[in-house]
Design a protein around this ligand. Structure first.
Ligand code: SAM
Length: 281
């Protein structure tokens, strides 16, 4: 039996059946347009037989599109009613029971994913999109690539290059794990309820080799936080608490790895941050 998708009317009827009123707190803006969920799955190049993790499946519209492409899905949903009902929706829409595994949990706290998925596809809850992405990339090394829908400004930041005004701490931290690019626009009208922000798709691909171990990552992220915590200050000032406490000691550390101490954080690449972190013990 082929997998069928949820239509807009069906989604509203399902919400009524489950007595679900979308809440802002959980970022519940459901996609009610079949073309959009197929577009997301296409952008992620989901292949038959692949294992995909979806964060926040909600009523299941994107989940069914991933399953329609022949993938298996591990879905992590914090809302118990939605998590409990997802297998019912899947069965009604022609999905084999073993193609879907639901994890009823807060995605920020999960430490294991059944099936070790290699692809992430999600319409992320906006209030936790960056922390949840960083948590997944850090905790699940088998995750190789993905496409997520996030607030437009967040997508632009994740994909921003050094030197741009929007390049910030999320951009540099995301770059620790791999490369990021904008992967498509989405109209507000495809959501229910219609949000008051624009959304974009952003795609990532994990680097073939990790940049370093957990200790180096922590040290690098500490420097990134310091550099962007006071982004208008020159680096020699902004990172001084981590390098001897004065602008002079920080300047020496920066110069030792070939970084001009009068630059600002937004001008450093992830390679620069890592080189600096690796120079301290
Ligand atoms: C923007 S909606 C997307 C729903 C569905 N995937 C769609 O596209 O229609 C975000 C979903 O994430 C869930 N969610 C919010 N915070 C979460 C968290 N910390 N962990 C797991 N799921 C979460 C919400 O309950 C909601 O179902």
């Amino acid at each position: 039996m082929p997998v069928t998708l949820l239509g807009a009317a069906e989604i509203r009827a399902l919400a009524a059946e489950l007595d679900v009123t979308p809440t802002k707190k959980l970022g519940q803006n459901f996609v009610v347009d079949a073309n959009t969920v197929r577009k997301i799955v296409h952008a992620a190049r989901v292949q038959p037989g692949e294992r995909v993790v979806e964060i926040g499946p909600g009523l299941g519209s994107l989940t069914l599109a991933i399953l329609e492409a022949g993938a298996r899905v591990t879905a992590v949903e914090i809302d118990h009613r939605l998590a409990a009902h997802l297998p019912v929706t899947a069965a009604r829409h022609g999905v084999d029971a073993d193609a879907l595994t639901v994890v009823d949990a807060d995605a920020l706290r999960v430490t294991e994913l059944p099936g070790e998925p290699s692809v992430l596809v999600a319409n992320l809850p906006y209030n936790v999109s960056v922390p949840v992405l960083l948590h997944f990339l850090e905790t699940f090394p088998y995750l190789q690539r993905g496409v997520v829908m996030v607030q437009a400004e967040v997508a632009e930041r994740l994909a921003a290059a050094p030197g741009s005004k929007i390049y910030g701490s999320p951009s540099a931290k995301a770059a620790w794990y791999g490369s990021w690019r904008l992967a498509g626009t989405v109209s507000r009208q495809v959501f229910w309820p219609v949000p008051n922000v624009d959304s974009l798709l952003v795609a990532f691909e994990r680097d073939a080799e990790p940049r370093g171990d957990e200790d180096l990552r922590r040290r690098t992220f500490r420097i990134i936080d310091a550099a962007f915590g006071q982004r208008r200050k020159m680096l020699r000032q902004a990172v001084s608490p981590l390098f001897g406490g004065t602008a002079a000691t920080a300047s020496a550390a920066l110069e030792a790895v070939g970084i001009d101490p009068t630059l600002r954080g937004e001008q450093l690449t992830i390679d620069d941050f890592v080189r600096l972190a690796a120079s301290v013990h």
